[in-house]
Design a protein around this ligand. Structure first.
Ligand code: SAH
Length: 273
């Protein structure tokens, strides 16, 4: 039975109680539950704009709209809800809402917010996603720290996210243990094979660039589904490729230049950074 589309709603509270926190504490993994109120008795110290995560996130969304041309309100709202600072190293928290990629260990990076937003906006414009008003069943290749998976989960019925590096798979699990999104499954595996058990996918997105698109991704795309992935070209540059499946035809076009980490095959058991 196909999964029913979710009617909306977020796992992340609209307000983060950030008064009085320092950058270290911003990354603190708080237990699940409502966090809209500070416990009584805690001093409320002025924090400055850099440390009030809800406000800084609103500024990020403003820039996504103004500078990156992101127009889909659903994407902007999802980006406003997901606390990106929880997915980066405590030492980099001050940069969490800048439009920049940041190191997450194992030589990998968290994608730029504008790139995450652009890819998800493109996915929502796929034929089946447009008709249903949802990303539907979604496959992400390259979980990394889990940030994009959390944003996808805001707009999908269910998300499978595959990561090949064991340490990152575990890190994402930890990052997502607070406010764990419903319907999100993290898989340690070689994403070049897709993830056949849950196929077909209405939306498929990759965060790592290969020389071409693995056949498994094209096969596991649903009719009317859309794939968005970076592909490395012969000249060394990368292009963002959009593929729409209609029955047994796959329509492909390019959407400009991007920079992603390389798509690699096999699983790395490396758990140390
Ligand atoms: N989605 C992340 C981006 C992580 S960077 C975010 O939210 O910012 C891309 C990730 O793809 C890296 O963690 C890298 O290890 C992973 N990757 C590369 N090749 C892969 C493959 N074949 N299968 C699964 N993950 C892969």
């Amino acid at each position: 039975m196909p999964p029913s589309d979710r009617s909306g709603g977020s796992r992340f509270p609209a307000t983060l109680a950030t008064a009085g926190v320092d950058p270290g504490r911003l990354d603190e993994r708080r237990p699940a539950g409502p966090r809209t109120q500070e416990p009584p008795g805690l001093p409320r110290v002025a924090t400055g704009p850099g440390l009030d995560s809800e406000r800084v996130r609103a500024q990020m969304v403003h820039r996504l709209r103004r500078d990156a041309g992101i127009a889909d309100e659903r994407v902007l709202a999802a980006m406003a809800r997901v606390p990106r600072h929880r997915f980066v190293d405590p030492a980099l928290v001050a940069q969490a809402y800048e439009d920049t990629s940041l190191p997450i260990g194992w030589g990998q990076t968290i994608s730029k917010p504008s790139v995450v937003a652009r890819m998800i906006e493109l996915l929502l414009q796929g034929e089946a996603a447009r008709a249903a008003g949802s990303l539907g069943r979604t496959l992400e290749i390259g979980t990394g720290c889990g940030y994009q998976a959390a944003v996808l989960a805001e707009l999908a019925t269910d998300v499978v996210s595959v990561e090949r590096v064991a340490g990152l798979h575990e890190a994402a699990r930890t990052n997502l243990s607070v406010d764990r999104p419903r319907g999100l499954r993290l898989v340690l595996g070689d994403g070049m094979r897709g993830h056949p058990p849950n196929a077909p996918y209405r939306s498929l997105v990759a965060a790592a660039a290969g020389a071409d698109l693995p056949a498994a991704w094209l096969e596991q795309l649903a009719d009317g589904g859309r794939l968005v992935a970076p592909v490395a070209r012969a000249d060394g540059r990368q292009a963002l490729v959009v593929v729409d499946r209609h029955g047994d035809t796959w329509q492909r076009r390019e959407e400009g230049g991007v920079v992603f980490v390389p798509l690699k095959s096999g699983i790395s058991r490396d758990t140390g950074r």
